[in-house]
Design a protein around this ligand. Structure first.
Ligand code: HEM
Length: 264
């Protein structure tokens, strides 16, 4: 997607099949909307179809397909990976898990969720922030330098391809005490370590900051909370320790859980 994969990857039958399937789904979405007899829903699909640039040019069909599929790329894989990371962190920190379970049992009504309920589950929220800090899935964003500049003694020429790492600051001791230790408490008031300037950037930085950050911040903790509300879970096997796979962003590899109880 970013043009970073080696060229041979783009010829693999598996890649080509996945690409075709991806484009087919996008085409179905566009076709369905176009067959809607002009009904306007004013969403991403309508905006994509009606978009014109400053010269009056519409998107090409391929650009439209990519645009309507972008929430799947940006919003589903990311949230799925973060849900797994959070669950792993909780299952390997039983004291925090217990606090989260208490909050969930007390405040979460699965069939009638409101944002007030989320506010009543601060341990869940801070655990999610700590998981985002330690397992930043968008580790770096590729950019092209529009102007020459110098950084830390290095001269960056105009047009250079650079990577901006939002996660580098997540492990600096000047922001986080004992940065490799999973400590949701560090984010509660008054410490609020993640709120320091330049300390926390799991959703990127600048003009292209994640558009779904507000949803994601509730969505992935809620996924885990709903699971904990219905089930008792444990790692399977209990000795599992985190391994990472990159596909396309980092996520837990071979991560499995076992349901050991069901709540009425
Ligand atoms: C925990 C989950 C998520 C993480 C960690 C995440 C992370 C990011 C990051 C780092 C960027 C910046 C990319 C760049 O600067 O090149 C980004 C952009 C974006 N994200 Fe997310 N994201 C998440 C969930 C979502 C969700 C749920 C949606 C939509 C419902 C979404 C929609 C977008 C969009 C549309 C952009 C592009 C913004 C732009 O280019 O102006 N993301 N995301």
């Amino acid at each position: 997607m970013h043009g970073l994969a080696p060229k041979w990857v783009l010829k693999l039958p598996r890649f080509l099949r996945a690409k075709q399937r991806f484009l087919e789904i996008g085409q179905q979405i566009l076709n369905k909307r176009r067959a809607n007899n002009g009904e306007i829903r004013d969403d991403l699909i309508d905006a994509t179809i009606s978009y014109k640039d400053a010269n009056g040019n519409a998107f090409t069909e391929l650009e439209m397909l990519i645009s309507v599929m972008s929430p799947f790329i940006a919003g589903m894989d990311t949230v799925a990976a973060m849900s797994s990371f959070l669950l792993y962190d909780l299952l390997t920190h039983p004291d925090i898990l217990r606090q989260v379970q208490n909050e969930v049992n007390q405040h979460l009504d699965v069939s009638n969720f409101t944002s007030e309920m989320f506010m009543k589950m601060p341990t869940l929220h801070m655990a999610a922030i700590e998981t985002m800090r330690m397992h930043t899935i968008a580790v770096a964003q590729p950019r092209e330098a529009v102007n020459a500049f110098s950084f830390n003694g290095f001269a960056i020429p105009k047009g250079a391809q650079v990577m901006i790492s939002g996660s580098a600051s997540h492990f600096l001791e000047r922001f986080y005490s004992d940065p490799y230790c999973y400590t949701p408490d560090r984010h509660h008031a008054p410490r609020q370590e993640f709120r320091q300037k330049h300390a926390y950037a799991p959703y990127g930085i600048g003009a292209h900051l994640c558009l779904g950050a507000g949803i994601a911040e509730v969505q992935f903790p809620l996924n885990v909370a709903m699971l904990l509300k219905r089930f008792d879970v444990m790692l399977d096997p209990p000795s599992y320790r985190l391994k990472l796979a990159n596909n396309p962003t980092p996520h837990p590899s071979k991560f499995k859980i076992k349901l050991t109880g069901i709540h009425p």
